[in-house]
Design a protein around this ligand. Structure first.
Ligand SMILES: Nc1ncnc2c1ncn2[C@@H]1O[C@H](COP(=O)(O)OP(=O)(O)OP(=O)(O)O)[C@@H](O)[C@H]1O
Ligand SMILES: [Mg+2]
Length: 248
């Protein structure tokens, strides 16, 4: 079971946040809907290359990493071959969700310190799900993501997987994720409930649109539903063009 009462939020270990048999139905269903909405908004490629997108938000701690991890798992459960890439090379956390070594990871790969074979790690969460962790923290993620080695690596990976999902740093604070725009089919924006305002979201969506990145939608995370006898966390996905009011 993952998202439940607010007071438990900080005490849960990342790996306990992954979807599992004990996850409440409403939450698994919400992820299923999210996966379906994203699949529908990005058509499969004629040439068989991977469909790819990144997840961003205005600010830190809005739930990008937990949503990226569970979404990747959801795609893997539908028999697709999935690669989840921790492109937050400032403070990547995906290794915690899958109990993997943090490095070597993307930063070593892009700076020539490790090979693709060394950084792609299989997970025990699902046989179809592999992860590239962020690796050592680097002061220049934008440059690494925009480098020729990224183009080379992406070209190689897009022939091996059905879906490539990038977890990124908050676009409201740093531009790193924009370096991925040439590679991906779109981006989804996470909005932490009571965290980003409508204006913050508009700023992020504006940056994506200015970079000609397709905005897949806004994911409202941590919304506490009341009036059912107990508070619970869930999320909502606004499908289609974002910026239409998923803020607080
Ligand atoms: N809906 C939720 N219910 C309970 N806990 C949550 C929820 N969403 C996120 N969390 C928790 O909040 C913390 C921040 O989430 P997460 O690391 O996914 O955010 P992030 O946007 O990736 O942050 P950063 O920008 O720092 O990478 C984590 O401890 C995570 O487990
Ligand atoms: Mg994160």
């Amino acid at each position: 079971m993952i998202w439940s009462k607010k007071k438990e939020r900080s005490t849960r270990q990342p790996k306990e946040m992954l979807l599992n048999e004990g996850t409440p139905f409403f939450l698994t269903e919400a992820y299923r809907n999210l996966k379906a909405s994203i699949s529908l908004s990005i058509p499969k490629k004629q040439d068989g290359k991977a469909v790819s997108f990144f997840i961003t938000s205005a600010f830190p701690n809005e739930g990008k990493s937990v949503i990226s991890a569970n979404l990747a798992l959801m795609f893997a459960l539908s028999e697709a071959k999935v690669l989840l890439v921790d492109a937050d090379m400032r403070r990547g956390t995906l290794y915690k969700y899958f109990s993997l070594p943090h490095k070597p990871g993307l930063s070593e790969l892009l700076s020539g310190g490790a090979s693709l074979e060394e950084v792609v790690q299989r997970t025990s969460a699902h046989e179809n799900l592999s992860v590239i962790c962020a690796g050592s923290s680097t002061p220049n993620p934008y440059e690494l993501l925009g480098s020729d080695s990224m183009a080379e690596v992406y070209g190689e990976l897009s022939g091996r997987y059905d879906y490539i999902i990038f977890d990124t740093s908050p676009l409201g604070m740093m531009a790193d994720s924009l370096a991925l725009v040439p590679y991906v089919d779109g981006a989804a924006v996470v909005c932490g409930y009571m965290s980003s305002t409508y204006r913050d979201l508009k700023g992020v969506v504006g940056k994506l649109q200015f970079s000609r990145c397709k905005v897949l939608g806004v994911i409202l995370n941590g919304y506490e539903e009341r009036g059912r006898g107990y508070g619970r966390y869930g999320y909502n996905y606004r499908y289609g063009e974002a910026g239409d009011g998923a803020g607080n």
